[in-house]
Design a protein around this ligand. Sequence first.
Ligand code: SF4
Length: 392
Amino acid sequence: MITPSFEQGPIRPPSEASSLLVRVIRNCTWNRCRFCPVYKGCRSSLRLVDEVLADVEAMRAAADVLERAEAREGRDMVTTGALSDALSGALHAGLVPPEAFQVALFLREGGRAVFLQDADPCAVAPEKLAAVLERTRDLFSSVTTVTAYGRAATLARRHPSDLTRLAAAGLSRVHIGMESGADAVLARVDKGCTAAQLIQAGRQVLEAGIELCFYVMPGLGGRDLADEHVRGTAAVLREVATAAAPGRPLVVRLRTTAVVPGTPLAADEAAGRFALPDDIEVVAELRALFEQLEGVRLELRSDHLLNLLPGLEGSLPADRARLVAMLDELLALPAAEQAEFALGARVGVFREPQDRLDSQRQAALRRRVAGADDADASEKLEAAKRIRARFL
Ligand code: SF4
């Protein structure tokens, strides 16, 4: 007999690819950020806590079937490659619903991580969310991490005791789309929060003992508000980072701005209200940001294809000089070589500036980009800029 089905939301961060996905709210309650294509056209709705608890029970039932299949085969549940024959067999035999594929991935990785969906699970009343967290922890005792996205405006409204309650119930990490720390930028992209709310939300999360990851979008200020974007972002990061415990620094993930066709930001661009910085302008922006983060303690991640330089990662303040040197190396090149690198990086043939000197990679760039030899620097930068949107 097939185990009960359960709901899964469409989105989770790359780092949660093998997490148990518990959908506590559908889509995005705000859904107005002008750059964001994710939930446009989808209505948000709260889910009844009983429905969510039933989903968790259904996932447990599927996990039981999958674990029994593994036990019969005498295999260790913790593997790192593709699903074992036993897990695949149980899925294909129809013993569990198709969405239990995610449960199988979770079990394959040791059953440690849970991700609450969708965009703003913390909008659920704290007591209800705590009930979901506690039930999930009860039914999946191997879980060590429960992560959720959170909107700053929602988290800033919560009383600190609510966040402490959620931490005690098992919420261990929150990802906030900060995007910018500049009020003018936040207002223009209709982010629905202010720099003050970002600071309050971020500090409250950290002070409750919950790990915090901020997503920052270089380029979101456009060309006209680039300096303000950098100044505001550095100021918010500085304020929030000081609330992090010594062993658990604020994590910052970079997501370079792309204009996705069909979004309100694309309409802004078409109407001349927004000018997307090119890759070299973004590098200069990051250089200025690091300049203003002197002494700030945080972990920087560049774990998305939207970013030109995947190696731009490290622990600040220790790695700040190395990261600045990486940016300076690119900024010191002649304009034609900067553009050549940007285009090559965007089509996946260069990872770091020296790669442009490799003749095989050069040949690969020419094969992938017809007309690359005839394009001038500005045309290459424009082409590189447009490629960004493909990564969303
Ligand atoms: S809050 Fe997040 S999911 Fe919702 S519109 Fe903004 S960026 Fe998109």
